[in-house]
Design a binder for this molecule. Structure first.
Ligand SMILES: *Cc1c(COP(=O)(O)O)cnc(C)c1O
Length: 375
């Protein structure tokens, strides 16, 4: 059993994929080829933003937004304590200070009350300027962006949506990638929409910022590539990855998003009566199920269950075992608010095999094994 079966996906798409790969190879426009623009236009329309700018990976997508906004030393960027390292890493990379806030136990996403408490603590201390709030569509589920945006607005900050795991998720008809002043997504192979390597994109509406980010992606280019007007990066999506994503996007829209939601429904039903807490999707929202994540009683039970499933050939992963504020790289950073929910989630979460090519028998086998492990 695979945790995320990318091989099955390849087999399902192999005909179209082989043709696309050979075509881009033979066209030999490996950087900024026509597929890149085609993909960007298609993704912007899908998400509902004016601009989509593809780049080398999701981490760069976040970083480029902070660079474009001039975030740097002396600035505070508020980051959920329960997320992948990159959300906080990019803040430190531009010389700013990540300030961690807690998440909600049921959705795993931003807790606006904890965020506001962290902002107040920073304001009271007076050492840092609150500049940006990052929130994350963790495991594919949209964060409560309206509540977070209200706090961001109240304190004059920008909102950066980390939609690296969230492509395809939505809330009341608004898709992930559309929230905040800018959004970043990732095409890492195991994300809801993944390529055959690293890739990422930024979504935003503001023309001026979009032009600035396009310049940053190509060594801070001015009127052409060898006119360099600022310090940027080399951060582009390869043409061949764009071609891969165009084929994958067909499948994503045609059936994958639907199929992964069906798999979540199967899990939900099959786990009824099993003493675990199933993931919660708030009314009006839809997840793209980057992960299907359970909560168990405590770390001891979680670790025991994980080992028992492993002996039965069922792969599971702990996303995430360590809060951001406890990462060695952030040792010495001041803690502005306690994050007890994150601490508890890190002890109790367990993500099950999840992807659009799961069948119902496999889901039932996983649920049965879980039931046995907890009996
Ligand atoms: C994967 C991920 C990133 C980084 O994306 P890469 O493409 O791997 O650089 C950032 N934030 C979150 C929440 C992620 O899951």
């Amino acid at each position: 059993m695979q945790f995320r079966d990318l091989q099955k996906q390849y087999e399902a798409l192999s005909g179209r994929m082989s043709a696309a790969l050979l075509r881009t190879a033979s066209e030999a426009r490996y950087i900024s080829g026509p597929e890149v623009k085609e993909l960007e236009d298609r993704l912007a329309a899908y998400v509902g933003r004016k601009h989509c700018i593809s780049c080398a990976n999701g981490t760069d997508a976040l970083l480029l937004c902070l660079m474009a906004w001039g975030v740097g030393p002396g600035d505070a960027v508020f980051v959920p304590d329960f997320t992948f390292f990159a959300t906080g890493e990019v803040v430190a990379a531009v010389g700013a200070t990540p300030v961690f806030y807690d998440v909600c136990p049921d959705t795993f996403n931003a807790d606006a009350a904890s965020l506001e408490q962290a902002v107040r603590a920073v304001v009271e201390e007076g050492a840092l300027t609150p500049r940006v709030v990052a929130d994350v569509d963790l495991f594919g589920l949209p964060a409560d962006h309206d509540a977070v945006a209200a706090v961001a607005e109240k304190y004059g900050m920008r909102l950066l949506e980390d939609a690296a795991q969230g492509f395809g998720g939505s809330c009341r008809g608004r898709r992930n990638g559309v929230f905040g002043d800018a959004s970043a997504t990732s095409f890492f192979p195991s994300k809801p929409l993944g390529c055959y390597g690293d890739g990422g994109a930024i979504f935003l509406d503001d023309d001026e910022t979009a032009a600035y980010i396009r310049s940053l992606c190509v060594h801070g280019k001015g009127s052409f590539k060898y006119d360099n007007v600022r310090i940027g990066l080399n951060s582009r999506l390869d043409t061949i990855q764009a071609a891969v994503l165009l084929v994958k996007m067909d499948a994503f829209e045609e059936y994958e998003l639907e199929a992964v939601n069906r798999a979540a429904q199967w899990y939900h039903q099959a786990l009824e009566g099993v003493p675990v807490i199933r993931p919660v999707v708030p009314e009006g929202c839809e997840s793209s199920w980057a992960q299907y994540t359970l909560r168990l009683k405590d770390r001891k039970e979680r670790d025991r269950v994980q080992i028992m499933l492993k002996t039965r050939g069922i792969p599971t992963v702990v996303y995430y075992p360590k809060p951001m504020h406890r990462q060695t790289a952030f040792e010495g950073n001041r803690i502005y608010v306690p994050c007890p929910v994150t601490d508890q989630l890190c002890d109790t979460v367990l993500s099950l095999p999840m992807h659009p090519y799961l069948d119902q028998e496999t889901v039932q086998a996983v649920a049965a094994a879980l039931g046995d492990a907890l009996a």
